[in-house]
Design a protein. Structure first.
Lengths: 105, 285
């Protein structure tokens, strides 16, 4: 079973993700209020396990999206060097074609 | 015009000091134009809010403007929780909008625009057809470690679904896959007939991600968590990772992307069927 089994942990996890995503004013967001309301409301009702599954699913969504984005930017992000600089790194220069190649827009 | 100037340094060949014009720039030009349309765009709003419009449907507001689908329709969502979740996807974007992280929005767009004109019947039939190539049912004959892992991890899920729905599915090591009895398909068809179009859209998405109808049902019926379903879907990869080691920029990348998409799909299904579920519960009480 995953580490997040209790409603409290799921709730804390979601709020932590929101804080990471939104910064210091995460408490002013709609989603913060909605999440807290859902946790309060579902504490003792019959659909408690359903609500817990929903909470864990949302936590998984937030965490996985963040981690995926992090890996994406680390490994698949756009380079920050200009093309000439990159060419210059290996001692090459780009060709000069003052008229353009004709077929380019 | 605005976007051209934004990417001015890349697009406009004469902005380079030597007026160099290299072929790779035209690819950048095309990429920049496509980028603004599909993958990334500058964040053009400050505040995100939701409001309730006609027919009780919820709309997403980006500053003063109402969000629209790629097809030009007004973006509407049947319940508040889903609206809030979608609004949050837009709210957490930083300077550039990364559409590939906005899975719930994408699912809503698909449901609203229905670009491939699917009918509910087609979606149900496609889902049932998938059962014939279900990951869970396809077993290897070697290596023995993987055979055992598949048996230990996948058999319980198969048992669960066969009991839960009173059907026979079975697994197979042949290249043709398992023979799914017609009664099994009929049972599932009856069950899926209770899904509305949005829920079917979500379910189809989850099945495509997990490559398994059995695992999708396990997740949707809350027998499995997202992490468990993804792990079971990627069982062979995980086995190979244990044997040969993990490569972060492939394995973790794939895993997180799969988890994010599957989680979004599951949430989408649950929330899309929620309004009717609440009504049913009230009627039952």
């Amino acid at each position: 079973m995953a580490a997040v089994t209790s409603p409290l942990r799921a709730c804390r996890g979601i709020l932590k993700e929101l804080r990471i995503a939104k910064g210091s004013d995460y408490r002013n967001t709609l989603v913060y209020k909605h999440v807290l309301e859902q946790f309060r409301r579902n504490q003792f009702c019959r659909a408690r396990m359903d609500a817990l599954h929903a909470a864990r699913t949302y936590l998984c969504l937030l965490t996985s999206t963040r981690m995926h984005l992090r890996l994406h930017e680390r490994y698949h992000g756009r380079g920050d060097r200009a093309l000439e600089e990159v060419a210059g790194l290996v001692g090459l220069r780009l060709p000069t074609q003052p008229g353009g190649k004709g077929w380019e827009t | 015009m605005k976007y051209q100037r934004q990417f001015g340094q890349v697009i406009w060949p004469f902005s380079f000091p030597q007026g160099q014009h290299v072929s790779i720039l035209s690819t950048h030009l095309q990429k920049a134009r496509y980028a603004s349309a599909t993958t990334e765009k500058r964040k053009f709003y400050e505040n995100v809010s939701i409001s309730q419009g006609e027919g009780g449907l919820y709309e997403i507001n980006l500053d003063k403007r109402k969000l629209k689908t790629p097809g030009g329709k007004l973006f509407t969502v049947p319940n508040e929780a889903l609206a809030i979740a979608v609004a949050t996807e837009w709210d957490v974007q930083k300077d550039s909008l990364k559409f590939y992280t906005m899975h719930l929005t994408t699912l809503c767009n698909t449901a609203l625009d229905n670009p491939t004109q699917r009918t509910e019947e087609q979606m149900i039939s496609a889902a049932l057809k998938f059962l014939e190539t279900d990951t869970i049912c396809y077993r290897v004959e070697e290596p023995p470690g993987l055979v055992e892992l598949q048996r230990n991890e996948w058999d319980p899920v198969l048992n669960w679904i066969e009991q839960r729905y009173n059907v026979v599915i079975g697994s197979s090591t042949s290249i043709m896959g398992p023979q799914i009895p017609e009664e099994t398909k009929e049972t599932f068809r009856q069950h899926l007939n209770s899904y509305n179009f949005w829920s079917l859209t979500g379910l189809e998405y989850v099945i495509t991600q997990l490559k398994s109808l059995v695992l999708s049902f396990g997740l949707i019926d809350r027998h499995l968590s997202v992490e468990q379903a993804v792990l079971l879907s990627r069982l062979e990869e995980e086995y190979q990772i244990q044997q040969w080691g993990n490569v972060e920029w492939v394995h973790d990348y794939d895993m997180y992307e799969l988890q994010a998409r599957t989680a979004a799909g599951a949430m989408f299904v649950h929330l899309s069927s929620e309004s009717t579920a609440v009504k049913r519960k009230i009627l039952q009480d």
